[in-house]
Design a protein around this ligand. Structure first.
Ligand code: C2E
Ligand code: MG
Ligand code: MG
Ligand code: MG
Length: 279
């Protein structure tokens, strides 16, 4: 009977796995179509300077206008796009959209704020990020200083020469590099220094601990000290309360991003937000 239950357990696992596989295949199929039909829109979330209170940057965050499911957040599809390689095509659409938007804000609203783009580790593997971004910047007449790239710690792992070369080419172009979700991965001090990162974004898991546990504050203080010693700016992600903002100010964090300032919004809402914060 041990053998029998073992077998049925296997069947159960098999069926669950099959359902999971079908679901992923379905998402992959509709994602492929969505890329062809261009069903994506970039939302933008401001980042403010802690000292002046001004908007000093924007993060571009992708949204999918799904024909049946409405507006879909990236957690639902970025993982699958990465696993299937679809992220490469999607990532190119993102770079195009962001550069076109920067050009539009600059010409229609006369403002220039750097915009950061999230780039998945898989996008670096064929070595085309630098080349494609350069083409977009040229096509839309966007100066490289208005674009920043956010990479996760996993992109910086190891000595992978392609990734290193891509990052160095981007920096040589004048594009700043930010480490995203800092504290959740395994990057070492040596990697931060070797890749000469311009800034790091403290993951919101740590921000949410501020004011709740002593450890949260100790951790953020240590990151800020280390980052500043390495010449990097520090952005706190996921700032939701005035209390967190006050603690971050006291700890000399440079910039804040989160629902307290604004949620990610469509591009059309950005000019009002920027002038409001500036005035
Ligand atoms: P991320 O780069 O760490 O982006 C920050 C996420 O935190 C965003 O989720 C943002 O909406 C959310 N957030 C911002 N402030 C707060 C806050 O105060 N509280 C809470 N609870 N959340 C906050 P979103 O837009 O759903 O994006 C999720 C992830 O998807 C991003 O995490 C990024 O890793 C990925 N992603 C988004 N857009 C792109 C893209 O264009 N390309 C690639 N490769 N990945 C993307
Ligand atoms: Mg990010
Ligand atoms: Mg992040
Ligand atoms: Mg994240």
């Amino acid at each position: 009977s041990a053998k029998k239950s073992g077998k049925s357990q296997f069947r159960f696992y098999d069926r669950a796995f099959y359902a999971h596989l079908l679901e992923r295949l379905e998402v992959e199929r509709s994602l492929r179509l969505a890329i062809e039909l261009d069903q994506f829109e970039m939302f933008y979330q401001p980042r403010v300077d802690m000292v002046s209170g001004r908007v000093c940057g924007l993060e571009a965050l992708i949204r999918w206008h799904h024909p049946n499911n409405g507006l879909v957040n990236p957690v639902e599809f970025i993982g699958i796009a990465e696993e299937t390689g679809l992220i490469k095509g999607l990532g190119k659409q993102v770079m195009e959209k962001v550069c076109a938007q920067i050009a539009n804000w600059s010409s229609q609203h006369n403002f220039e704020v750097p915009v950061s783009i999230n780039v998945s580790p898989q996008q670096f593997h064929d070595g085309s990020v630098h080349e494609f971004l350069t083409a977009c910047l040229t096509r839309f007449h966007v100066p490289p200083r208005l674009v920043e790239i956010e990479v996760t710690e996993s992109s910086m792992m190891g000595e992978e020469s392609m990734v290193t070369r891509e990052m160095e080419s981007l920096q040589a172009l004048g594009v700043k590099l930010l480490v995203d979700d800092f504290g959740t991965g395994y990057s070492s001090l040596a990697q931060l220094q070797r890749l000469d990162m311009d800034g790091l974004k403290i993951d919101r898991a740590f921000t949410s601990e501020l004011g709740r546990t002593r450890e949260g504050e100790v951790f953020v203080a240590a990151i800020v000290t280390m980052a500043h010693a390495l010449g990097m700016r520090v952005v706190a992600e996921g700032v939701e309360t005035e209390e967190q903002m006050a603690i971050l100010k006291r700890l000399h964090c440079d910039e804040a991003q989160g629902y307290l300032v604004s949620r990610p919004v469509p591009a059309t809402e950005i000019p009002a937000l920027v002038s409001l914060a500036a005035g």
